[in-house]
Design a protein around this ligand. Sequence first.
Ligand SMILES: C[S@@+](CC[C@H](N)C(=O)[O-])C[C@H]1O[C@@H](n2cnc3c(N)ncnc32)[C@H](O)[C@@H]1O
Length: 247
Amino acid sequence: MPAMYDRFAPFYELEYGHKKDDVDFYLNIVGRYGSPVLEIGVGTGRIALSLAAQGHEVCGVDNSAPMLQIARDKVRRMDSETRKRLTLRRADMRRLRFRDAFRTAIIPFRAFLHNLSQQEQMQTLNGLHRALRPRGVLALDLFVPLYQVLARTTWQVEIPEEDLAPGVTIASSVRHTPAEQRLDIENRYHQSNRIRRAQMTYRYIFRYEMEALLRAAGFKAISCLNGFNGKPYDFFSGLMIFIARKQ
Ligand SMILES: C[S@@+](CC[C@H](N)C(=O)[O-])C[C@H]1O[C@@H](n2cnc3c(N)ncnc32)[C@H](O)[C@@H]1O
């Protein structure tokens, strides 16, 4: 069955390949809590490759074969020592099978929000709890459902070619279903008179909802931050980062 990001993969690097604001944050987290590290939703390897290059043993998991293929192409260009430290696996975060294997687990760039029900959220967190060694640490970032998101049920966003690449533009339509905390997004990629479509869904989460989920899975929150600067959560930054320890 195709995975959610399969159709995004050809455009992912154009849209997010340059994103750097979170890389040092996750390098610091892993530097502090240790490797081996499990990265969930590793995608094109944006963060995993930096972790491996810094000497960490990394296992990256993703359920999209085309996203993993881009990561593998990048890994092939790395030196052999770095390559040895990095394992990429195609798997679903809701069905992890690791046991006591990792010191740290990370879920960067809101990949956790692709769990679309409480059952899926708990399956993922329970799998991570099993995957971590005793007192292992989980770190993840989410977007905050800001007022302007909550106030609307449909909206459009356009990304012009000067922000992407010559001849490529993206137009997104978002449908918000507040009762399900659900955002259904359709991206239309325009390139050389062709239009390609890709759909994805997020289920957004509030601060104390996330803390309750972490507790229910056997984690204790160490901190909730408002961004990669390490300041305490204040809602308005639009970012919510959790660092939690396996109990
Ligand atoms: C926003 S991207 C983040 C990619 C990468 N971590 C980064 O920061 O650039 C989310 C990733 O989560 C993956 N993903 C979504 N649902 C998943 C699932 N159920 N199991 C594993 N990976 C999943 C997608 O394929 C995608 O690569």
